[in-house]
Design a protein around this ligand. Sequence first.
Ligand code: SAH
Ligand code: SF4
Length: 378
Amino acid sequence: MTDKINLLGLSCIEMEEFFLSLGEKKYRAHQMLKWMHIHQADSFEQMTDVGKKLREKLSEIAEIRAPEILHEGVSRDGTRKWVFKVDGGGAIETVFIPDGRRGTLCVSSQVGCSVDCSFCSTGKQGFQRDLTSAEIIGQVWLASRSFGPRKNLGEHPITNVVMMGMGEPLLNFDNVVRSMRVMKDDLAYGISKKRITLSTSGVVPMIDRLSDELDVSLAISLHAPNDELRDKLVPLNRKYPLAELLAACRRYSDKRPDKRKSITMEYVMLKGVNDQPEHARQLVKLLGNLPVKLNLIPFNPFPHAGYERSTRSDILAFHKFLNDRGVLTTVRTTRGDDIDAACGQLVGDVMDRTRRSERWQKEVFLRAGDSADGAVAS
Ligand code: SAH
Ligand code: SF4
């Protein structure tokens, strides 16, 4: 770690303030954002339209520093996965899934997670620390650089970002919001608000704050149709039970400028736990009047998880029951769409993570071209 200010983590307004504090004009901030995020510069020397004196000053007090890549895997079908080392010894993972003209980057927000959902290996490892905004946007920056130079915004392979990697993004609110501002900024990545999705286990007050701060798509990790079961699966439910969570969803949706946009409810399919006809009936009642779509995620097992994935026929029956009753439901079965689940499986220490990543890569190679129940990370 250094005392230098890491410019990667600054939003446009903060960058303007930074340059004003140096006695420079605001437009320098815009130059800097473009150099870093569009031209992918990692040093001030490259910035030819910035005077030598200012470049020297910047080198003394500032830096452009992303997390260090520990491991990078590229599968035959273009799926990429990075393991990054972060200051303090932890590691995080970022995944890129190409899907036709769409390219989705799954970004981490914390090292570990304190919410401790019973089916999630990130939760099992406990919480280490929040990521800084430079570490969050650094994942996008590094992924973007891996595709080579950017010619213009339209050609950028990262069209979508999902905050569905390691960690609970709403428990690292300021850094996550700051990073999403940079993702949206035309001077940086220019990703539209519809294509940035924040997934949360349900930190109710922060859902309200999010709608005050910026407009992005929201996904809720629902996973259970009643409080009794959700208390067990997502312990945060004891603090913010379903009625409060769904009321916050309603408020979020009402406040969005585009009211037609629905909220995604994620529902991990756990054999014999939350996948029975009774649960589907309860879900219809619970979600019937809300502007939501339900996304069924087949559970991704990991050692000592204590859960199994629901059978394919149970998932399809669940899916049909809900759709027939007007709850728009999809099943996340293709590999590209399995990115969240893969993210939900991030584990422990650096070595462990690197080994798992290598194994994952092998599996992707083995199953490339298998379009059915795709190459799911294990
Ligand atoms: N903390 C946030 C975002 C990261 S988790 C959240 O919980 O929403 C991203 C998604 O992966 C969540 O819906 C999470 O519930 C799901 N997930 C976690 N572990 C999983 C597993 N083993 N199998 C399938 N999905 C999982
Ligand atoms: Fe944390 Fe999300 Fe995993 Fe729950 S599912 S432990 S909130 S990362």
